[in-house]
Design a protein around this ligand. Sequence first.
Ligand code: ATP
Ligand code: MG
Length: 467
Amino acid sequence: MLSAIKNLFHSLRFRLIASVVTIEVIMLSLLVWNNISIIHTTHTDRLRDTAISMIQQIATTSGNYMVAVDYATLKEYLSNIISYKELSYIVVVDRDENAVIALGTVTPEARPKIDTHPALVNDNVFDIAQNIQVAGQPMGRMLMGFSLSLMDDAIHKSRNRGITIALIEIILTILVTIIIGLGLTRRLGLLSKAAGEVETGNYSVTVPTETDDEVGKTAAAFNRMVAEVSKRTQQLLYEEKRTQQLLTENRLLIKKSLEVQEEERKHLARELHDELGQCITAIQADAESIRDLSPECDHRVITSADAILNVSAHIYDVVHSMMHLLRPSILDNLGLEEALKDEIDVWKKRNPKISCIYDFDGDLSNLGERINITIYRIIQECLTNIVKHASASHVSIELKRDRENLHLSICDDGIGMDSAAPSQAHIGLGIIGMRERIQALNGIFMHETSTDNGFQIFIKIPNDKEQ
Ligand SMILES: Nc1ncnc2c1ncn2[C@@H]1O[C@H](COP(=O)(O)OP(=O)(O)OP(=O)(O)O)[C@@H](O)[C@H]1O
Ligand SMILES: [Mg+2]
């Protein structure tokens, strides 16, 4: 109920009609009141002037009859006058205040009080009096009463007429306002409905312009605006689709290039092992033969052979560690968990001042080659970054597999990344590469950093063996 009233007050139609009607009622009431007051003043002034001039004239004429003591003719004369429709009574008194003639509706004994103005009368009869004098000699007095009924009737009629006109005007105004208001609000309603449609994404709406007035122009402008918005939205959608497509293609490209990179590394490791490894073994065998076959006392040959053996052993170590970097065969041989433990242990030995704990949870044995190599490379890169950038004293690595996902977090307590002043001279590829690798597996990659809490990396990869 309350909300219905509230809605009514919010309605433009209601406010328009209510304000116009209120103004109309106030203005017309003032007009009617003003008219009535003018009519009243005009009528009372006219009556007073008429009464005064009548009584003066009649008193003068009556004086002549009274001098001649011809009361019969005076009465006849006054009887003609009493028929005047506004006259209520005529009383003539002599010098001793005795009524000599009394005509009309008054009793001569109870003489009414004299009134000053018809507007101040309260018994509906305007009573006036005039001394009768002949040649300066007082002959008596003339009293006359003028009825206000006629004047009241006229005022009443004009008031009724005024109210009727006002009512007709109010009704006409309400009708016109309703007709114009309905037309206006109906068209504004169409506009607001169309705007609502546009809000929900329907750009095919148009609003009929109907006429060339302000609302029509607004509707035309609205239609043009919707057409423009629709055009731009189409463009944006097209560009968004195109960007998505490019992103997908980009991802595929990165995925492919990572695969090719790993394949190439594998190939190189194999070549190093098969070619260089064989050669070094051959060199070592030859050096040993030279040493064994040399004459016993020739120390120079033995020393050279030993030097060749030492250098070739060193080359073998270097090649072996290169092979390991290129292709951690331990991954293929012992699986992810063992390969990671081995990698972390080697790292710990190289960096004894940094403590590192790790926790592996869940079955990590059959994640697939792509996930294995991704996790391995990411941990490798993170450990390298910690040495290069973190100044950390503690590192923790957690790798957990649940039913749906594989979760990896690598956190250090170092100085964190100074994100406020990124180096323009050097843009690292480590973090970018990590993110790309994870996105290629449809996973999520996040990193957080602060000067208090060091640097943390969080990764989630879906457990999809097809990857
Ligand atoms: N653990 C860390 N602690 C503090 N800052 C780090 C850490 N890891 C990375 N960063 C910051 O992030 C930047 C980007 O790292 P990213 O691995 O991408 O590049 P990089 O190590 O500098 O170079 P690249 O890996 O290409 O040899 C680094 O330059 C460093 O400022
Ligand atoms: Mg790096």
